[in-house]
Design a protein around this ligand. Structure first.
Ligand SMILES: Nc1ncnc2c1ncn2[C@@H]1O[C@H](COP(=O)(O)OP(=O)(O)OP(=O)(O)O)[C@@H](O)[C@H]1O
Ligand SMILES: [Mg+2]
Length: 508
């Protein structure tokens, strides 16, 4: 075999990237073979997305080389990356919401009629073909913004396949997918691998990495720690490479002894869900489980007052709240970390510090004067708990890595001494080290007698961190399980109504 044949499909050498004072990548190497799934793992902020943005032409490297089939190439823009057959599904989808699916798929190659007018029918037909090739039954005339995240990703993949991409990067592709959508994505990944495409797969979900990957590479602090064949390592080894320390039993907690009822919800109805009745006691963690679209988020929002209920009552420590706005909820002792940090949880152009101030102003105000120093101290303590670097506090939230944005959203609410905490998907996109710290924080809250209501799609997490599980289906709480005895199958059994499978509809 000639040397050229031995060259991997892609090779990145000594790639360096700085953002101001932050060294995001400190001269890293990475290679990708045709027909392999190469998982890229590492803690939040390790540099995974940045490396892939350099490859996709979204960021320019400060140093290093990119070799395709052994030949050095330049990638100065996303268009140039596409010409080289490089496609990427970004961690935070940046789709133009008002565009239709067909328009999106035709981008840059719009079919024109003989007279130069846009050929709309031709566009829809061609989009239909592209979607059919990957088995996605999506109407090309729909607006992209009206589709679930999973479906939007399918559109992006259809585009990559139609452009005959040789390299496909998937950055946290399943973070917001339903089970059925994730299953469909895994099948596509397998098919593309069969076709000789080289795939880079970034994920914090160890199970799926183990199911899909041929090789794994671990990054830490902008450096490559190592690359292994999957068959030569076990998940705990990889976790140690990622975090730099072993992470013991993630869900370990003493058996809690809940006190009196803190949150009492009765007949709560609205947003197409309910009536729902349940209680959470002091020192107790209750998890709302169920398929995406089953109404978990809707219930959480009604309890908090983010949406207006049409009937029902909410009591905190015996006092009726009946919140009609988040402000009412907050005043009554409720706090909520919403699932979409991007839309609801944070003000992206502002610094982490000022984001955290916002919801805790009440506590640090004396006759209207802010105690700046006290705020800063409290924020630092909170951030250290979540292993967010001190210098990250002054940065605008939008320049933080995906997982660190989630931690900032959490910290913003944990600052308050609320009686009842509602956490909607608190660990989505968060690395395993920070996950264990978030669980530890939840434990501390319960030890201090708080009531915690969690929405989680991660079944091991839902079972592992809670005392009771309320399973939702089609807008109703259909079953209650004791977390200490429940299995994942039990939860799925009730969540699906035992028919098996997922409706695949999502509310996101
Ligand atoms: N546009 C930017 N401006 C300033 N700093 C940035 C920018 N983009 C990334 N960074 C910093 O670069 C580092 C690497 O971030 P990156 O997004 O690559 O992490 P990641 O490994 O993808 O993490 P996650 O698992 O949370 O997605 C982080 O410290 C991040 O704050
Ligand atoms: Mg990332």
């Amino acid at each position: 075999m000639s040397a050229e044949h031995d060259a991997p499909l892609l090779r990145l050498e000594g790639v360096t990237k700085r953002f101001g004072a932050t060294l995001a990548l400190g001269g890293v190497d990475f290679d990708l073979r045709a027909g392999e799934v190469h998982a890229l793992l590492g803690e939040n902020g390790a540099g995974k997305s940045t490396l892939m943005k350099v490859l996709a032409g979204n960021e320019q490297r400060d140093a290093g080389r990119i070799l395709l089939d052994g030949e050095e190439i330049e990638i100065r823009s996303p268009a140039e990356a596409r010409q080289h057959g490089i496609a990427i599904i970004h961690q935070e989808l940046n789709t133009v919401a008002t565009m239709t699916v067909a328009e999106n798929l035709a981008l840059g190659q719009e079919p024109r009629s003989r007279y130069g007018a846009l050929d709309r029918r031709g566009m829809v037909r061609s989009a239909q073909q592209k979607l059919a090739r990957i088995g996605a039954g999506i109407d090309p005339r729909r607006r992209l913004g009206a589709l679930s995240v999973g479906m939007q990703q399918m559109v992006e993949i259809a585009r990559a396949v139609s452009e005959r991409a040789r390299i496909l990067v998937l950055d946290e592709p399943t973070a917001a997918l339903s089970r059925a959508e994730a299953g469909q994505l895994y099948r596509l990944v397998d098919e593309m691998r069969e076709d000789g495409v080289g795939l880079v797969y970034i994920s914090h979900r160890m199970e799926e990495v183990w199911q899909l990957a041929d090789r794994v590479t671990v990054f830490r602090d902008g450096a490559r720690i190592g690359t292994r064949d999957k068959d030569d390592v076990r998940p705990p080894d990889v976790v140690r490479m990622m975090v730099g320390r072993p992470v013991e039993d993630l869900y370990q907690h003493d058996r809690r002894r809940p006190g009196g009822v803190l949150l009492d919800v009765e007949g709560l109805t609205g947003s197409g869900v309910g009536p729902a009745s349940f209680q959470v006691r002091a020192g107790e963690v209750v998890c709302l489980a169920g398929l995406i679209g089953s109404g978990r988020t809707e219930i959480a929002r009604l309890v908090f007052g983010a949406d207006k209920p049409s009937a029902g009552t909410v009591r905190v420590a015996g006092r009726a709240v009946n919140p009609t706005s988040p402000r009412d909820g907050i005043r009554a002792g409720l706090a909520m970390v919403p699932e979409s940090r991007k839309d609801q949880a944070l003000f992206l152009p502002h610094s982490v510090e000022s984001n955290i101030d916002i919801s805790s102003l009440g506590q640090h105000t004396t006759v209207g004067v802010l105690h700046r120093r006290r705020i800063r101290e409290a924020v630092s303590t909170q951030m250290e708990g979540l292993r967010l670097r001190r210098n990250a506090l002054r940065l605008p939230v939008k320049s933080l890595s995906g997982g660190n944005q989630q931690k900032a959203a959490l910290a913003r609410w944990l600052m308050r001494e609320s009686e009842v905490l509602i956490l909607d998907e608190p660990t989505r996109g968060v690395d395993i080290g920070a996950k264990s710290e978030i669980y530890e924080l939840i434990n501390q809250l319960t030890e201090r007698g708080k009531a915690v209501l969690v929405v989680s799609s991660d079944l091991p997490e839902a079972i592992g961190i809670s005392d009771r599980i309320l399973v939702m289906r089609a807008g109703h709480i259909v079953h209650e399980l004791d977390s200490h005895a429940a299995t994942e199958e039990d939860v799925m059994f009730h969540a699906t109504g035992a028919v098996g499978g997922d409706q695949g509809e999502t509310d996101e």
